[in-house]
Design a protein around this ligand. Structure first.
Ligand code: AMP
Ligand code: GLY
Length: 422
């Protein structure tokens, strides 16, 4: 069986490694993939946004199943285009992907269907937004409507900061069309939980919960990043909270999308905040999270391809989705200076063992050698029976990977371990 995976980061590497456990799969192509994956997939130089080329490649190479892992191709209709030529593909159609690509759409959906989220207002011009901010309660959160590489959200602790965020998006147009509309929403507090789920539009099967560490530096200081590390499961997400989320958030969301004529198939990611008034949705993503996938998929005991296909075929109810009782930790090794400015092009060396427990992201290959090629270079992963051991093992593995200018957080999992001990 021939599979193609669209995307090129650590998440895609984790998906590919998990798919490789299925012995019926003979070839995996990564479009474009990255140089660090070459032992696991055949990288094809087709960009994640080039839908036309993806479809052509899939047809010419008789791909049996496509996995669209990244947000842009989903928003651009990769799944629709592949389905049209008879190639089944994992992920939502473009209309359903709007749950991530438009914050205005997702907030209005939650309001209409009573799904708990932060109170909000939508603005399409800066004058009204700035006027609103003059009397709004601070702290407050300003979000660009569209996709903005994870940089469209400002959690403003002062009125000035909030006003600057509005000007940045609407007057300086830093996010282009993504900032033509903005959402200004209530500031929420509480532990954050990521819950990725499989859904075929009818049933929803949550994966093991996880916790991202978004800030660049230890103790959650520094700039927001794409994610500096993850642990799974997330100890704040108890069984009782999981039940509440299923009833008040997960099922209502799946049903709302059906009612709107946009049934969602694929991986729906719930970014939740556990507030003192109950769990609330911070954001939806229409895809696997990065670096959440790097800790969630190593704990999946069921065959990944079988589950992915069940979401496409509408047979998820009859398909087992089983996770181990263990735990996992991912420590992201980044280029020093990320997410602001950083140097790249340094040679990466790693032990043979490390090739098995690293998921590559910003990595390039040349003449058999690996070089850093991005901010987040790779993730070092470990699984164990419990979280404490998984964290310990991941950090013990970090020295097995070396490159100049390497930077990583020293406290991934610390907050979760404290919660377990409390
Ligand atoms: P997002 O890109 O929507 O995930 O937002 C990035 C981060 O901003 C989240 O992970 C939260 O830590 C924070 N954030 C987003 N919305 C809120 C909110 N309403 N209240 C407090 N923090 C928020
Ligand atoms: N780790 C957050 C995301 O994938 O959006």
């Amino acid at each position: 069986m021939k599979i193609m995976v669209v995307g090129g980061g650590g998440r895609e590497h984790a998906i590919i490694k998990s798919l490789r456990k299925n012995k019926e799969i003979t070839e995996i192509y990564a479009l474009p993939g990255n140089g660090g994956m070459t032992g696991d997939a055949i990288c094809v130089n087709i960009g994640a946004k080039d839908i036309e080329a993806q479809v052509k490649f899939a047809v010419e190479n008789k791909i049996d199943y496509a996995v669209i892992a990244q947000d842009d191709p989903l928003a651009l209709g990769a799944v629709d285009a592949l389905t049209e030529v008879g190639i089944p593909a994992f992920g939502p159609c473009a209309r359903a992907a709007e749950i991530e690509s438009s914050k205005v759409f997702s907030k209005d959906l939650m309001k209409k269907y009573n799904i708990p989220t932060a109170r909000y207002e939508v603005f399409d011009n800066s004058a009204d937004a700035l006027k609103y901010l003059e009397t709004a309660e601070i702290p407050i959160v300003v979000k660009a409507d569209g996709l903005a590489l994870g940089k469209g959200v400002t959690v403003a602790m002062t009125r000035e900061e909030a006003m600057n965020a509005v000007k940045y998006a609407m007057e300086d147009k830093v996010f282009g069309a993504s900032g033509e509309k903005i959402v200004i929403e209530e500031y929420l507090e509480g532990p954050e939980v990521s819950v990725l789920s499989f859904t075929d539009g009818k049933v929803v099967k949550p994966m093991v919960s996880s916790m991202d560490h978004k800030r660049a530096h230890d103790n959650d200081e520094g700039l927001n990043t794409g994610g500096m590390g993850t642990v799974a499961p997330n100890p704040f997400y108890t069984e009782e909270i999981a039940d509440i989320c299923m009833e008040t958030i997960f099922l209502p969301t799946i049903n709302a999308m059906v009612a709107e004529g946009r049934p969602f198939k694929g991986c729906l990611y719930f970014g939740l905040m556990l507030t003192k008034n109950g769990p609330k949705v911070i954001e939806y993503n229409c895809r696997f999270g990065d670096p959440e996938t790097q800790v969630v998929l190593p704990l999946l005991e069921s065959d990944l391809l079988t589950v992915l296909k069940a979401t496409t075929d509408g047979t998820l109810a009859e398909t087992e989705v089983k996770f181990s009782d263990g735990a996992a930790c991912c420590v992201v090794m980044a280029s020093d200076g990320y997410p602001a400015s950083y140097k790249k092009g340094f040679e990466i060396t790693m032990t043979d063992a490390a090739k098995e427990f690293t998921y590559c992201a910003g990595v390039r290959e040349e003449n058999g050698k690996l070089y850093t090629n991005g901010g987040r270079v790779l993730g070092v992963i470990a699984t164990a029976d419990n979280l404490k051991d998984a964290v310990k093992k991941a950090y013990e593995r970090v020295p097995e990977v070396n490159f100049e200018n390497a930077y990583y957080r020293k406290d991934i999992g610390k907050r979760s371990l404290s919660a377990l001990e409390a």
